[in-house]
Design a protein around this ligand. Structure first.
Ligand code: SAH
Length: 393
């Protein structure tokens, strides 16, 4: 089948954005004629301007708001195992420069020139997330390239992100190679456990690595409340670096069981509390209990643009409640992994929430995800993680 061409009308916003280097082209900005509509979801296309200007090779989905995601800035680029081996090889080389150990996000979608693909590496196990029809069609080529490049022992497809529905894709978790879904992670000199079958996202949140290290640097002798702890990413490292007491608070019993197991493996103890964070903060505040360090790293409160106002209120309330249980001269980390709330708005909500408690606060760190999560310079939404650390009076 010969390759179809998608035309960008001259002067369309996409035309300007694509010329500037944006990898996304929206459905209302292309010439959506019968020929375009008949292209099957995920097909590889050329993208050209009306006068023939080559914008590159991408994949198309007539059912998605993001109609084309560009893979290469040349037209007629061959998208096969060699193409993926090239991109994956570059992603791998960057991580090998950044980290001594093979535990990192290997591929961060557009940030690594591979839109719709996320891969986390846990030694010789890979957790792969495909988010688009275009990448789904390339699964065979991607897996062949991964085999060629790094011969992983185990490969698990974590194709259960809710956003797949927007691309007309099913939700599934499937082992394509090897067996065993339990993984060990080494990060900041600490051993953690996770479970790829039950775990959330791809199984581990590598994005907070540097923020965990920053908090751990302040933790000697401190009491620490790790709220929304998942498998103990922040809390266990804090315990290892000398915190005198660590509570891991989460609503997931399996996540807390992993945290306790990881604590044992590192020769430390954490207290696991299974509860709703807002209810527990309410209870602790009523009892006047405080901690030297409070971490609040919740699931996304703004899942889509329409949830912005209610999500923003939830972040404000969380900041207020968390500040109430942060002791005198304590440290508070507030995080948001919602790409639908901007860094400025999130910071404003945190400031308002802390302000409601009457505490004076100094912002001592503003950070995002670690460098294994490259941000595409034309996609501000790829900078989804925001972590703000406040020193309270
Ligand atoms: N801080 C973690 C990642 C947190 S992910 C890390 O560093 O790895 C968000 C966590 O919030 C998940 O573990 C989820 O189980 C938990 N969670 C979601 N809703 C919750 C609620 N209402 N109360 C407590 N925990 C909740």
């Amino acid at each position: 089948m010969s390759r179809k061409t998608i035309i960008l009308p001259k002067g369309a916003r996409s035309d300007k954005r694509a010329r500037a280097g944006s990898p996304w082209i929206f459905s209302n900005e292309i010439r959506m004629d019968d020929a375009a509509r008949s292209i099957p979801p995920g097909a590889i296309v050329n993208v050209r301007g009306e006068s023939g200007h080559p914008f590159g090779t991408g994949y198309f989905n007539p059912a998605s708001l993001i109609a084309v995601r560009l893979l290469d800035n040349a037209c007629d680029a061959v998208i096969d195992a060699d193409f993926f081996a090239g991109r994956l090889g570059r992603a791998l080389a960057l991580r090998e420069r950044l980290y001594a150990q093979p535990f990192y996000r290997l591929v961060h979608a557009e940030g690594d020139g591979l839109p719709g693909l996320v891969i986390d590496r846990f030694g010789d196990t890979l957790s792969v997330q495909v988010g688009t029809a275009g990448m789904e069609r390339q699964e065979g080529a991607i897996l062949a390239a991964l085999d060629r490049l790094m011969s992983p022992r185990t490969v698990i497809m974590r194709n259960d992100a809710p956003s797949r529905a927007l691309e007309g894709l099913e939700s599934e978790v499937r082992t394509v190679k090897g067996e065993g879904r339990r993984i060990q992670i080494e990060e900041n000199g600490t051993r953690y456990f996770a479970d790829l079958a039950q775990g959330q996202k791809t199984g581990w949140y590598y994005d907070q690595r540097n923020n965990r290290a920053f908090i751990a640097g302040l933790a000697k002798g401190a009491s620490v409340l790790d709220a929304y702890s998942y498998a103990g990413g922040f809390g266990i490292l804090a315990a290892k670096t000398g915190a005198k007491e660590v509570i891991c608070l989460d609503s997931s019993a399996p996540a807390l069981a992993l945290a306790e197991e990881s604590a044992r493996a590192n020769g430390v103890t954490v207290k696991a509390v299974k509860a709703d964070v807002f209810e527990e903060l309410e209870r602790l505040a009523a009892q006047g209990e405080t901690f030297d360090i409070v971490i609040a790293d919740p699931p996304p409160f703004v899942k889509s643009k329409k949830d912005l106002e209610s999500g923003a209120r939830a972040y404000r309330k969380l900041a207020r409640m968390a500040a109430l249980v942060t002791g005198e001269r304590g440290i508070l980390l507030m995080a948001s992994c919602s790409h639908n709330i901007s860094p400025d708005r999130f910071a404003a909500e945190c400031a308002a929430g802390i302000g409601r408690t009457g505490r004076r606060a100094g912002l001592i760190r503003q950070a995002g995800a670690g460098p294994d999560h490259p941000i595409h310079p034309h996609l501000p939404e790829s900078a989804y993680l925001k972590a703000l650390v406040y020193a309270l009076d």
